[in-house]
Design a protein around this ligand. Sequence first.
Ligand code: NAP
Length: 261
Amino acid sequence: MQDTAATRKIAMVTGASAGIGKATALLLAQNGFDLILGARRREALTTVANEARAHGSTVWEGPLDVTDKASATAFVREAAAAMNRIDILVNNAGLARGVTYIAEQDNEDEWQEMLDTNLMGLLRMTRLVVPLMIQNGYGHIVNLGSTAGHDAYAGGSVYCATKFGVRAITSALRQELLGKPIRVTSVDPGMVETDFSRVRYNGDEAKAGAVYAGITPLTAEDIADTIVYAVTRKAHVNLDTIIMRPIQQGPNGTVFRTPSL
Ligand code: NAP
């Protein structure tokens, strides 16, 4: 690790039961971090926590629904009491629902769920954790943005709006914390093959699989690798925004797909 200011830093990862959150938790464990892990699916979360423990980490795990103020508040309070500090917050919990044109959307619940999770959830977790970091004199917030926060696409208006919003929050927070020893980073991936598309298409495997057809997408481990890199720089180095795409994905929705034989 590059940053040796304190031994065994404690990282909180939201949405640690699957995908990027899970991969990040496990790679942090392998790199000497202790962990605070939260998600709604308890069994999957415990499996991740036990795997991290096998790498030598002390892990506190708890139920977390970032859309629920009481759940998030209890999670942070209990985790801070059990682990004493929160050095790093990886604001990873997030989702997309559907690919639907605005004028054709008849299910506002999908919009609300994305807004509540990706924006309100991230804001809420940040609000709860930053004061503790200020008190402890150290902190690093890592937000999961997306390339969807840089270029919008038809059918993705609300998901893109949430990720444009994450960029705004990251930028404002960075300014609000200037002069304090707290770093703020946004990691903004393009296509990563996780459960993301399965969730987006409500379990439709054919639609989810088609997203990655003919390309080698990023993996959850690729994103975890970047997050671990960001949080292990020397304390005076702040990586502001990291945009990462698979080599076959360009800006503005361009994708080179290898034709199937
Ligand atoms: P994933 O495999 O579906 O994992 C999403 C995680 O978020 C799960 O652990 C889920 O856990 C958790 N989560 C969802 N709603 C939650 C809530 N209300 N409270 C707490 N946890 C919640 O998807 P992923 O690809 O890893 O996505 C992780 C983040 O990366 C998201 O913010 C996503 O927008 C972003 N991202 C993904 C991609 C991509 O292509 N995959 C690209 C750019 C950015 P539970 O269901 O157990 O709660």
